[in-house]
Design a protein around this ligand. Structure first.
Ligand code: TNX
Length: 570
């Protein structure tokens, strides 16, 4: 565009708007139109129709049936689109959703006439009918007249909305209005997850992260169809969840963190807010109370739980394995029952995680006896127990789940627990541990399980990873982030992105879609999206990020400080 001298020429508002639109068009138009399959995690079935692209009109409404959960997803779609488009996007509730630019429907409605069903040879083999979408699947149809997302549940609709978000131009991530053509590539996409449990863990004990940070983390999970947030709430360095019957756990046990900072904790109201925010995004919170080891913070508050009944000093280092509650004391089981009872009562999800890792000083029968009794306490709360795979030697408990963090898939003790009925969540330390450094020069993180670049995070198969464990015993995958060296939300994002989407794809996409070359291309487009949304990430050299104005100035090892993002609400 030519320069305009504003001192002599006062353009009318319409002219300015037009100029802004042209500039935005130049800056923001993707080099090539988005393709229907350009989604992370990769969808199960994609049938593009280049003749069926759709452009969102400024007067579009979001139409939805009366189901309250579906209405809420429609609301969230509108909330997602309003900031960048500047369009009003009212949500219109109809008894039977008819046509229109944006339509969300729940419950196996037949697809409208004229929209082709997927039917390539590969797709035929695993073709999903409208009645087989399951509890999380969805169908997204893009025609010139509109976009329709249909699912059997509001959760399926929510995942469909996340897909639609990725199919819109990058500028949709802008927190303020952008003049752009909001084009969605035409065709039909049918999608559902490979595994029911797809998660990430945030350690809020080693460093404490406030509610606002956790809500942002939930948003990152939801984008990639991860449906569980595991909160590691207690450890040696801090107890982070209020327990009414043992109040000093937080007032005394929550007062510091690694490095000696002030720590912090969640009140019951804080925790409820996290749970509610997650639920709205179809994410289940999994609380972990790590027992019998990793309990120094609890012992500082209640020395009666310590084997020698002496309060240890607060711990602000990063060693593991030295602390434990006395497995021979009845008082310990009162404590365990009270804590797990209260945490269960504020947790709507089905899971309670009891830790069980690295209790090096509680050996043999003392350890398995403690775990078995704690498993019974969990069952008494009505929840299903999860523990780190160290609990494998303890007796089976109904439905129990082991979270496997080994680095060698030959693990006969875990395989034996699976034969006795346990299911596995896979978090292999050398692929899924997001506290591992990317490369030797990564400024934060560990390397005890090796370096984990994006390819290493991506290149493994949860269905076959542990010898003797069949795919149907695998509940899913989880990417843990331990935070001994992670202190801010920007650092969380730096370690999460771009590896979290790799783990998300392993959990969601069919194995037949696994393809590193295609994944890195699909992932590349997310860099500009994160930048536009003010989200920090690691510019991993393996990913062909599109050129950005400041790309050359950003070395791959720095921790970018993102622009201030609005505090999430709701
Ligand atoms: C091992 S993995 C731990 C944590 C540490 C982590 C650091 C597991 C269940 N326990 O206590 O934070 O290594 O990578």
């Amino acid at each position: 565009m030519g320069q305009v001298d504003l001192s002599t020429h006062r353009p009318a508002a319409a002219e300015l708007a037009r100029a802004a639109e042209l500039t935005a068009g130049e800056l923001l138009a993707p080099p090539a139109p988005a393709r229907l399959g350009d989604v992370v995690p990769a969808p199960e079935q994609v049938r593009p129709d280049p003749a069926a692209d759709f452009t969102l009109p400024a007067d579009a409404a979001v139409r939805v049936g009366p189901d309250p959960d579906a209405r809420d997803v429609a609301e969230q779609l509108a909330e997602l689109l309003r900031p960048a488009t500047g369009y009003p996007l009212p949500v219109v509730v109809e008894a039977t959703a008819t046509g229109g630019p944006l339509v969300l429907t729940v419950a196996a409605a037949a697809p409208p006439a004229g929209v082709p069903r997927p039917r390539t040879a590969a797709e035929d083999a695993a073709s999903v009918g409208a009645d087989e979408l399951g509890v999380e699947g969805y169908r997204l149809e893009v025609a010139p007249t509109g976009v329709r997302i249909s699912a059997d549940t509001a959760t399926g609709l929510f995942h469909g909305v996340q897909t639609l978000r990725q199919l819109l131009p990058t500028a949709v991530e802008s927190p303020s209005p952008v003049a752009a053509r909001w084009v969605v590539p035409g065709g039909v996409l049918v999608d559902r997850p490979r595994f029911p449990y797809r998660g990430a863990m945030l350690d809020v004990s080693r460093h404490f992260f406030g509610v606002a940070d956790v809500l942002q983390v939930i948003d990152h999970l939801a984008r990639y169809k991860l449906n569980h947030l595991h909160l590691h709430l207690t450890d040696d360095q801090g107890w982070r969840i209020a327990v009414d019957s043992w109040p000093a756990l937080t007032t005394v046990g929550g007062a510091t963190e690694v490095g000696g900072g002030p720590g912090g904790f969640y009140t019951a109201a804080d925790y409820r807010r996290i749970v509610r925010y997650a639920a709205r995004r179809h994410v289940t919170v999994v609380p972990e109370i790590d027992l019998p080891g990793h309990t120094n913070a609890a012992l500082t508050a209640y020395p009666e739980l310590a084997p020698d009944r002496v309060a240890p000093p607060p711990y602000t280092g990063a060693e593991v394995g030295f602390s434990y509650v006395d497995p021979a004391s009845e008082r310990t089981y009162d404590f365990v029952a009270d804590v797990l009872g209260e945490v269960a009562a504020v947790t709507p999800g089905p899971w309670l995680h009891i830790g069980g890792d690295e209790a090096f000083k509680v050996k043999g029968a003392a350890y398995t006896g403690f775990v078995e009794r704690t498993q019974r306490i969990v069952a008494g709360t009505g929840k299903t127990v999860i523990g780190w795979h160290q609990i494998a030697p303890a007796g089976h408990a109904d439905g129990r789940v082991l979270q496997w963090w080994g680095t060698d898939g030959a693990d006969p003790v875990t395989a034996e627990a699976v034969r006795r009925g346990a299911r596995l969540i896979l978090s292999p330390g050398n692929h899924a541990y997001l506290d591992m450094k990317y490369a030797p020069d990564t400024p934060i993180g560990h390397d005890w399980a090796g370096l984990i670049d994006v390819r290493r995070a991506y290149d493994w198969d949860p269905g076959t990873h542990v010898a003797g464990v069949p795919a149907d015993a695998v509940l899913g995958v989880e990417a843990p982030l331990w935070t001994e060296s992670v202190t801010t939300l920007a650092e969380i994002e730096f370690m999460f992105l771009p590896r979290l989407p790799a783990i998300a794809e392993l959990g969601w996409s069919p194995r037949s879609a696994h393809d590193w070359a295609a994944f890195r291309e699909r992932l590349a487009g997310h860099g500009p999206r994160w930048t536009t949304a003010g989200i920090a990430f690691h510019r991993a050299p393996e990913i062909p990020w599109p050129a950005e104005r400041d790309a050359a100035a950003t070395p791959t090892t720095t921790l970018p400080t993102p622009p201030a993002t609005p505090t999430p609400t709701g």
